[in-house]
Design a protein around this ligand. Structure first.
Ligand code: NAD
Length: 376
């Protein structure tokens, strides 16, 4: 599998070099109008729900290093609509049953799994076995065991694995990561992150069905809050204690409504998160030795905004999904760092499980330990 993939990509890069030489430019500086899809990696989206429809597919029109080459859908009516809107040939359209035939499709380099959480592991593993690189949406899966199975399948197949953690490619978040790394405001003493929204009245949605979602607010928005306290400190936590709150048990019958959790870090920093399907909040705040920094909102698609004790942050706004998918394509093509690895997705699932464990233990502290390769 590895060999086939590498040959495929080298051929693509070589074609890019040839075209560039003719145009007197470096391969990836060819203008958008002249750029050929052959120079880019072909992505197939699996699951054409709201995130694929309104964020990923439009972003793939503007990506420099990848493009929307195929789709995998369980809804036949979507095939024609997507095919005509995005010029997708019939041979690149699959359903959930014939998906494994993608192994024979040379136009598809990357499979991006955008399904309900309980389906991530199955499709990521099948994609890896078909020799395709994999992007997995958050949360990575519904258990650490499933995360391990995805990571192992990708390793065995020799394919790359990335998480759909778009914020790592986004400039406000990158600035926060820099403050954490360089201790711009001195040591971080306290960090808090809130991520939630008010779920009106849609009881049938899969996010409220534990078999499909794996959990409620924590599995959904909670992942952003966990990520925030980690990249906001540049450290993995060493312990967590958590509490659950329920005010609408008749609506949140199967999944958690609101959770708070407190983290300890080796440096002495203390973290606090709140995540909810009943409370709207979207913020990251850090109090440091010599000042503070804040993002508000911290994890919406666009636009983020931020301030520090030294002034307002001001970065250009671009599609986060575009930046994210191009970052992953560059990781495959040019071996640049994987900014949101499968190990990072697994780490977050370890924390999710520890939070549920702490709640089950009445808020008792649960110790955490991560190997250094689990990046921030
Ligand atoms: P959605 O409900 O809009 O779409 C889900 C898709 O899965 C639909 O096309 C649906 O037909 C399909 N599906 C297949 N089997 C299904 C089943 N048994 N029940 C329900 N749907 C089924 O969801 P979405 O908002 O597009 O979320 C999909 C994934 O993307 C989730 O894992 C979610 O956490 C993630 N997501 C990530 C971001 C982000 O910013 N990174 C944003 C939104 C969603």
């Amino acid at each position: 599998m590895k060999e086939i993939s590498r040959r495929n990509f080298n051929a693509k890069v070589a074609k890019g070099v040839g075209a560039a030489a003719l145009l007197g430019a470096t391969p990836w500086a060819i203008s958008k109008t002249n750029r050929n899809e052959k120079d880019k990696l072909g992505i197939a989206l699996v699951g054409l729900g709201s995130y694929s429809t309104y964020q990923l597919a439009p972003a793939l029109v503007d990506t420099k290093h990848c493009y929307l080459a195929g789709i995998v859908t369980g809804t036949p009516e979507k095939e024609k609509v997507w095919a005509s809107k995005y010029n997708i040939p019939k041979k690149n359209i699959y359903n959930y049953q014939n998906f494994d035939e993608i192994v024979n499709n040379k136009s598809i380099d990357v499979v991006y799994v955008v399904l309900p959480n309980s389906m991530h592991a199955d499709f990521c593993i099948r994609a890896a076995k078909a020799g395709k690189h994999v992007i997995c949406e958050k949360p990575m899966a519904i258990s650490v065991e499933e995360c391990d199975a995805i990571i192992n399948a990708c390793k065995e197949a020799g394919v790359k694995l990335g998480m759909g953690y778009r914020l790592h490619s986004e400039p406000y978040t990158q600035e926060i990561k820099k403050y954490a790394r360089e201790k711009t405001f001195g040591k971080i003493r306290y960090i808090s992150a809130d991520a939630g929204y008010h779920s009106g009245s849609h009881p049938q949605q899969w996010r409220l069905n534990k078999a499909l979602s794996g959990g409620g607010a924590l599995m959904n928005m909670g992942v952003y809050a966990i990520q925030s306290v980690i990249y906001g400190t540049g450290e993995n936590p060493i312990s967590v204690s958590a509490q659950e709150f329920s005010t609408r048990p008749e609506y949140f019958k199967d999944t958690d409504e609101t959770i708070t959790a407190q983290f300890e870090f080796d440096s002495g920093a203390i973290g606090n998160i709140m995540t909810s399907h009943n409370i709207s909040a979207n913020r990251l705040f850090a109090s440091c030795e010599n000042g503070w920094f804040e993002l508000d909102p911290a994890s919406t698609y666009i636009p983020l905004a931020g301030r520090t004790s030294r002034g307002t942050l001001n970065f250009p706004q671009e599609s986060q999904q575009k930046l994210q998918m191009d970052d992953f394509a560059k990781h495959i093509l040019f071996n640049t760092p994987n900014v949101a690895s499968g190990e990072m997705g697994r780490r977050d699932m370890v924390i999710v499980e520890a939070i549920y464990e702490s709640i089950a233990l009445g808020g008792r502290k649960v110790q955490l330990e991560f190997p250094p390769e689990y990046g921030f």
